[in-house]
Design a protein around this ligand. Structure first.
Ligand code: PRP
Ligand code: MN
Ligand code: MG
Length: 182
């Protein structure tokens, strides 16, 4: 049997649903940023798939840059204090920035990132995320573009990992408990 398939309980969001949603999101972004330059900022590593696909749905010029961040502390709970592992190459001063994410869970990572990029003098900083877990939110963030609101369950695929695996699934799925219970 298939190595990946055995680990999955169900497909939550199919490849087709993702693609349709990205198309819709791309049209909104084209409208909202018409006549303005746009810098897409992907948050490594989870956002790689969304960034690659969303940018290809956009019929306009964009610049792309990347950040890698990590939450401080050894506990299982994210503290909201974030360390930059890889900073942007670009200077965001005066620019319209759209942060691209795979998922907003507690919201702590993005809340910090928003404040950080705004403090650098960006003209605007908005967020596009494929997934959001409203029931997991610890902090409120205004998110301009959301693909899907999903239940507070363990999801993988389309960039999202469990122990660095499953990012390469082309859809979003739920893991079989045997995977994380062993
Ligand atoms: C995951 C996800 C988001 C963040 C969301 O990244 O990709 O970036 O957590 O969590 P929050 O809303 O609770 O802050 P992770 O730190 O696992 O790194 P990764 O993208 O490399 O998997
Ligand atoms: Mn991430
Ligand atoms: Mg992760």
């Amino acid at each position: 049997a298939n190595q990946l398939g055995d680990d999955l309980k169900t497909v939550l969001i199919s490849e087709r649903e993702i693609s349709d949603k990205l198309d819709e999101m791309a049209r909104q972004i084209e409208r909202d940023y018409e006549g303005r330059e746009l810098l897409l900022v992907g948050v490594l590593k989870g956002a790689v798939m969304v960034m690659a696909d969303l940018s290809r749905h956009l019929n306009r010029h964009v610049a792309m840059d990347w950040m890698a961040v990590s939450s401080y502390g050894s506990g299982t709970k994210s503290s909201g204090v974030v360390r930059i592992l890889k900073d942007l190459d670009a200077d965001v001063q005066g620019r319209d920035v759209l942060i691209v994410e795979d998922i907003i869970d507690s919201g702590l990572t993005l809340s910090w990132l928003l404040a950080n990029l705004r403090s650098r003098g960006a003209r605007s900083v908005e967020i596009a995320t494929m997934l959001r877990k409203p029931d997991a939110a610890k902090v409120h963030i205004d998110v301009k573009y959301v693909g899907f609101d999903i239940p507070n369950e363990f999801v993988v695929g389309y960039g999202l990992d469990y122990a660095e695996r499953y990012r390469n699934l082309p859809f979003v799925g739920l893991l079989n408990p045997h995977v994380y219970e062993k």
